[in-house]
Design a protein around this ligand. Structure first.
Ligand SMILES: *[C@@H]1O[C@H](CO)[C@@H](O)[C@H](O)[C@H]1NC(C)=O
Length: 352
């Protein structure tokens, strides 16, 4: 027979109605296979939620805050490591900032002949969306002097000189907007021209970062390659630099660095214009602080217990609802069967 709530307990007993612990309804005992499926589903749900909670626990909670940057007039370091598909003698590097300090970057940066190898690089447009957490960044950041540990392209290790040039090093500029560009020696400036057919400003950016050099930090232009079939081609990158502090409240570690966003505008130019690789950077007058705080393990455990409890109680309610609906439906069906044909009307109840 179908059971309903009226069958449970004695309505007249006041004590019974105060019972805080739900009693298992008989229907559950009968429907062991359905209960088994439900238990598996609820367990899967619990596991999923615990997994989600664990990820959340491991990532910690992050808050971001912006501050108007007061540190004006400081120097900023640019770390550059770029390979251009032209011989070193044919290249000219020029750096200029808005304070009009002309920096002889050609003397500060090291130039090494190498081969053009973009096999490990990717195109800027294919840059995947990255989500890095303070925890990862602090874990990855390892400060070191440029040059000592700077990566060398494989081709360089093989000591191949196939007419490309790797330019690398760090230079200080005023912390104001500025630009640096790599052009053909002589071209666009007074001096001897070199053969136009050798112009090839295809390049691989191995590293481009602002501030102290942390080799393990990933910047948007790292390992980006750009190849052109044209001799007269101007690669133009606009960089927007945001001073960024990563801070972990749990470990007290603070990392002062700079992030940047990049937009590219590259095009073929006429032989009367200057081809090359141009970087224009702008320092945002804001600084971003990203703080991370991790939940304690005890709180994590409390949450797990809450999840399991919540899922079980919720599942219990869902089960009751289903039983009630199935019960009502069965009752109606039986009544109809009784009216129309009669007989066999109880089969649906027996399956419950
Ligand atoms: C420049 O070099 C790259 C890589 O070697 C090559 O794919 C490209 O065709 C060259 N472009 C020109 C204009 O020679």
């Amino acid at each position: 027979m179908a059971l309903n709530d009226a069958d449970f307990g004695d309505k007249n007993s006041g004590l019974r109605s105060f019972d805080a612990f739900p009693k298992t309804r008989k229907t559950y005992k009968i429907s062991s296979s359905r209960g088994g499926v439900l238990t598996i589903l609820l367990s899967l749900l619990s596991i999923y939620l615990i997994y989600y909670e664990l990820n959340h626990h491991l990532d910690g909670a992050e808050t971001q805050s912006f501050l108007v940057e007061h540190a004006v007039g400081h120097y900023m370091q640019i770390n550059l490591d770029i390979t251009v598909a032209m011989p070193c003698e044919a290249l000219h590097i020029n750096v200029q900032d808005a304070a009009l300090d002309h920096i002889l970057a050609g003397d500060i940066l090291t130039k090494d002949p190498t081969s053009f190898d973009d096999t490990n690089a990717h195109r800027l447009v294919h840059l995947p969306g990255r989500e890095e957490h303070v925890y990862d960044i602090l874990g990855k950041a390892r400060k070191s002097k440029f040059g000592k540990t700077s990566r060398k392209p494989f081709a360089f290790l093989r000591k191949l000189d196939t007419g490309s040039c790797r330019i690398y090093g760090s230079m200080n500029v005023n912390k104001v907007q500025g630009d640096f560009h790599i052009t053909a020696a002589g071209h666009g400036y007074a001096g001897a021209h070199i053969d136009h057919s050798t112009f090839n400003f295809s390049h691989v950016v191995n590293e481009l970062s602002f501030g102290e050099y942390y080799p393990k930090l990933v910047n948007p232009l790292d390992d980006v390659a750009a190849v052109t079939e044209h001799n007269f081609f101007k690669f133009q990158y606009y960089l927007s630099v945001v001073p960024t502090n990563y801070y972990s409240e749990n470990s007290g570690r603070l990392l002062r660095t700079n992030q940047y966003a990049v937009t590219e505008h590259s095009r073929e130019v006429s032989p009367y214009q200057v081809p090359g690789v141009f970087f224009k950077f702008d320092i945002e007058p804001l600084s971003l602080t990203i703080r991370e705080r991790r939940m304690s393990f005890t709180r994590f455990l409390v949450r797990v217990v809450n999840i399991v409890g919540g899922v079980m109680v919720g599942g219990n309610w869902a089960m009751r609802l289903v039983e009630t609906i199935v019960g009502c439906w069965g009752k109606r069906k039986r009544t109809m069967d009784g009216v129309i044909g009669g007989g066999g009307g109880y089969s649906s109840e027996k399956r419950i």
